[in-house]
Design a protein around this ligand. Sequence first.
Ligand SMILES: [Ca+2]
Ligand SMILES: [Ca+2]
Length: 335
Amino acid sequence: MTLGACCCVGVLRYGEGDGRPAGEHNVRDLPPPLEARAQDQQTSYDGAQDARHDLLDAQVFRPGPPRRLTTDGESDQNPLFSPSGAQIAFSTRRAHGSFDIWLMDADGNNATPLTSLANHDAVNLPGSAWCAKTNRIVYSSDASGQENLWTIKADGSGAKMLTDGPSLDREPTWSPSCDRVVFQSKRDDNWDIYVIRADGTQLRRLTNDSAKDWAPNWSPAGETILFQSKRSGRWKLYTVAANSGLLHQITTGSSEDTDCSWSRDGRYVVYSTDAGGNGGARIAILDVTTPLATPQLITQGDDYDGAPCWSPSGRTIAFESNRSGNLDIWLVDLW
Ligand SMILES: [Ca+2]
Ligand SMILES: [Ca+2]
């Protein structure tokens, strides 16, 4: 696919399809026997956070009906709450054929372009891509002719390129103090997770696996980075410690789990999953601080819901959905 083509499933990525396999929907695994789980704990993932299966039976939240926030005929994707919660940034092709980042009020009013790159793309990730301290949004763009990381102030001024060179750098988010950016890059011929300081120095590779590692989001609670990886054969969620590189698998089972980001207190992870329906994908929430916790579906139905982002107040999830017939930004209140 050419640059600028949208996969329309999963977090928006130009140039590459989501890879979600057909015919694997409506599959809900039972958890493996206790013996098998004990073995898994030793070999593949964090025993303290065991049992991230497709059970979907947690009852922590009481979500209301989803509310549609945008109605434009073009694709509106990747909602990103401002630090105050008053605005939402998103990626859209409204202005011209390429993607730009737009801002709107949290009620959907006053949508205006933040970037305006005819013939080039600018794409933000949901989650921790908008820094409260500097009011800068970090994003990926091919404005220089190559796919690099950029930052821009939320008033549209001061766009700066953070990485350069021919490597593919995508899907950046800030560390909690905004002194570092975590992102996915193919600079070593393989999609892995990297960290770089906000001044463009001290690039570090965090993962090194032949499978795709995508869409990292930095925990607001500390030095843990959440991402999605296909290293088990399906998209599953993992965390990696920013300092030690220690890896934990967060979700297991037969579902495809993507588009992960954090609640503002770092207790919950919100993500998109094809578990719990007859196709499409739904929004799920998982408590990653409680052993044996199971996910809870926050949206229902067989449409596609993806790219969720938690509001700063904690009450609302913004997400992209095709339930209206094309991709729009939707909200769901958790109580
Ligand atoms: Ca990899
Ligand atoms: Ca739309």
